[in-house]
Ligand binder design. Sequence first.
Ligand SMILES: NC(=O)c1ccc[n+]([C@@H]2O[C@H](COP(=O)([O-])OP(=O)(O)OC[C@H]3O[C@@H](n4cnc5c(N)ncnc54)[C@H](OP(=O)(O)O)[C@@H]3O)[C@@H](O)[C@H]2O)c1
Length: 269
Amino acid sequence: MDLKLQRKRALITGSSSGIGQAIARTLALEGVSVVIHGRDRKRAEHVSEEITTAGGKATVAVGDLSTESGSRQVAQASVAAFGGLDILVNNAGGADRAPITWEGENFDEWAESFQQNFFSAVRLASLLLPELRTNGWGRIIQITTGWASHPENVAVDYAAAKAAVSNTSASLTRALAGTGVTVNNISPGPIVTPALERTMRGIAAQRGWGDEWPEIERRAVAEIVPNSVGRMGHVEDIANAVAFLASPLADYIDGATLRVDGGRIPSTF
Ligand SMILES: NC(=O)c1ccc[n+]([C@@H]2O[C@H](COP(=O)([O-])OP(=O)(O)OC[C@H]3O[C@@H](n4cnc5c(N)ncnc54)[C@H](OP(=O)(O)O)[C@@H]3O)[C@@H](O)[C@H]2O)c1
């Protein structure tokens, strides 16, 4: 299927690693010129080089999205890179700090988490709205999490921040009505990335599951993250969903949340 994405220009935040890297790779294969972003220039350049070596178009924008100056720098560099921007994928973020629960007064950590997971997305959407509006067509795709709608007693800050991102997608949809720019969420379940694998290996060591990844994944799916498909997600599962929502073929999908979680959180609406 031709996704009709040739010559579009995209910024994928947090594409120096994990899910964002896979999104950038997939969009580049569809002919999108991609801006690779992260805080670490070397890691971002590595991904960019991998894409250009494979025949794609990529460049790098570096900046800490927890800060206003870093966000401005990334927004400006992204628009300048290919002479405009059509697609913003707000993917940067994570629950990589010590997981916060309700036991403890972690007010500073809450604030840091909201900077990383919420304000990062708000700032880039605000800064890039004028550019996206000018083209008469565009996309904002926000990567949230199943915990945004179904929180647990762990990483409660992260879940709340992602729920807030999801809420802003709805108000952005209203703000961008009639402009050709759609705004949608993708809500991943557990996706195998180096960070998730490290966490699962730690749990495996505590529970005596051994160190073979297929067995760890099988036990984790059975005991920790059950889902109807019966496996963990792969970064490509999210990347393929982003490519579809980014495509003009998805012009009539706006203000939606697409769960890509193997049926972990089933719903009838
Ligand atoms: N993996 C999962 O199971 C899962 C499930 C649900 C949702 N998600 C969401 O999916 C997204 C990607 O996760 P991932 O698992 O692929 O994580 P990852 O491999 O740790 O990658 C995170 C990316 O975000 C960037 N980043 C983080 N904080 C940043 C900041 N303050 N400023 C600029 N860049 C920042 C990192 O850049 P650096 O190079 O600077 O570190 C990196 O490129 C996240 O929003 C995460 O919450 C993941």
